[in-house]
Design a protein around this ligand. Structure first.
Ligand code: ATP
Ligand code: MG
Length: 458
């Protein structure tokens, strides 16, 4: 489907060509961006900047999504005002960022990001500081509007809308690319990925979310440059992983990340587990989790990134624990140690803040307690992470039918009233007690119980 605005523009016989880098200015009647589609707070910011005689444009995802007929997620503004000048204009302004200094104008929950026009720069540039790996670590070289367009990532992200003369400006061929529904990097792809490897993740994410093709020269270097993600800070990758996993397109995005060879630099242990999996039960489990996360995002239900991390690292946890068990460690000790090791190894790629790794551990630790129910089981309902752990068990049961009886039991247990819960737990106490394991230790964790075990609960 080609958006009507573009038809309007492209149907004009004398349309200006922009493949040679000429700029295109669409007047009000040549496009369909209107103030009605822009948040009133973003318009307030644009108007105040204009009144103070600064240039100011809506740019990035806001313009792109409106032109694609979609509702923008947020609104970004570019201006020739410097951060300190912006701060003087807005009381509700916070200047943030090291790599890019940006102004955030706060309106309750809505944040309008205002960035000063910047120029891109080559390695010789005295202002843009480059790490030895080629990555830009500081990028505060101010520039003109056109410079600002050229330092952006993709052509379709470098379209500017002015709320004062109602024009849309394109310096890099973004309108042509929108029409072709393709994502194309501005400039030389290898250099641009080298400067900021996160652009590879953005390419995959935006192409998946917007159903665009990644233009050939933009797509080709990704596989051979994927390893550059090792140079990106692990904290930044944690933030990026949210955009990849929590925006409602996680399943398609993970599939694309795997295809482009990027996933192994984000979740290496998961990638390896998937590659060596003897059957499709692991991919079923992961895909079910991704699907259900996407569904929650669509329904605007709260989502914790810890849940998907717990899913991704579940099989690596089993493998590591089995290795430790084989070395003679007790179940409790083996699983405890394996949890720490698996999380620590993941942290060297994407650092998981402590408060999230605690949740991951909780979800994991609750699994055996949900599987092996007893008369004290009802207490688990009060555990703050019960619901996440239950959802996790349900997903596991979809990939492993031996867990179905436990999952169904917990579903019924939550649905029934106190009377029903009492009789369900009483019925559990009447079951034959499981035999003690040699050495008297209770089995603590399992990835896959035997049929005999699971029948205990049915
Ligand atoms: P989304 O819909 O996910 O918000 P977006 O393109 O608006 O997509 P943002 O992260 O909000 O993404 O970035 C706003 C704009 O800043 C982008 O459209 C792009 O012009 C520019 N930008 C963001 N990240 C980069 C980058 N790594 N390199 C160059 N330009 C970037
Ligand atoms: Mg945005």
């Amino acid at each position: 489907m080609i958006p009507t605005f573009i038809n309007k523009w492209f149907s004009k016989k004398s349309r200006p060509e922009n493949t040679s880098g000429q700029s295109v200015v669409l007047s009000r009647d040549q496009h369909q961006v209107s103030r009605k589609q822009i948040s009133s707070n973003a318009l307030k910011v644009l108007n105040r900047l204009h009144r103070a005689n600064f240039e100011a444009y809506l740019v990035g995802g806001g313009v792109r999504d409106i032109l694609l007929g979609l509702q923008p997620k947020d609104f970004d503004i570019a201006t020739n005002a410097r951060p300190e000048q912006i701060k003087r204009l807005f009381r509700n302004c916070r200047v943030i960022g090291r790599r890019f200094r940006l102004a955030h104008i706060l309106f309750g929950h809505e944040i309008i990001e205002v960035a000063t026009f910047r120029a891109s720069h080559s390695e010789e540039s005295p202002h843009g500081q480059q790490h030895e790996s080629g990555i830009l670590v500081r990028d505060n070289v101010y520039g003109s509007l056109e410079d600002d367009a050229r330092r952006r990532d993709f052509t379709i992200n470098a379209l500017y809308y002015s709320s004062s003369d109602f024009t849309v400006r394109d310096f890099t061929g973004g309108l042509e690319d929108l029409k072709k529904r393709q994502l194309r990097l501005i400039g030389d792809p290898t250099t641009r990925y080298g400067e900021d490897p996160v652009r590879m993740l953005r390419a995959v994410r935006l192409a998946t979310k917007l159903e665009l093709a990644i233009e050939q020269s933009t797509a080709k270097p990704i596989a051979s440059h994927a390893h550059l993600l090792k140079n990106v800070s692990t904290a930044r990758l944690w933030d990026e992983s949210h955009k990849l996993l929590l925006a409602g397109y996680a399943k398609a995005t993970v599939e694309a990340l795997r295809q482009y060879g990027l996933f192994e630099y984000l979740f290496p242990a998961t990638d390896k587990a998937l590659k060596i999996a003897p059957d499709d039960s692991l991919s079923t489990f992961i895909n079910e989790a991704l699907d259900s996360t996407d569904e929650r995002a669509r329904q605007e239900k709260p989502i914790t990134p810890a849940f998907l991390y717990a899913v991704f690292l579940w099989q690596p946890l089993q493998t590591r624990a089995e290795q430790l068990l084989a070395q003679g460690m007790s179940h409790n000790d083996a699983y405890h140690k394996a949890m720490g090791q698996v999380i620590q190894e993941q942290n060297s790629f994407i650092s998981i803040p402590k408060r999230f790794s605690m949740v991951i551990r909780d979800i994991w630790s609750l699994q055996p307690r949900l599987e092996y129910r007893n008369h004290k089981s009802f207490k688990l309902l009060e555990h703050p992470k019960f619901r996440a752990a239950y959802d996790f068990l349900v997903l596991r049961s979809k990939a492993d039918e031996t867990l179905a009886s436990s999952a169904t039991w917990w579903t019924r247990f939550q649905e029934t009233g106190p009377e029903g819960q009492r009789s369900m737990t009483q019925a559990l106490s009447k079951r034959k007690k499981p035999k003690k394991r040699p050495g008297g230790r209770k089995r603590n964790f399992r990835s896959k119980p035997s049929n005999k075990d699971s029948n205990r609960h049915s």
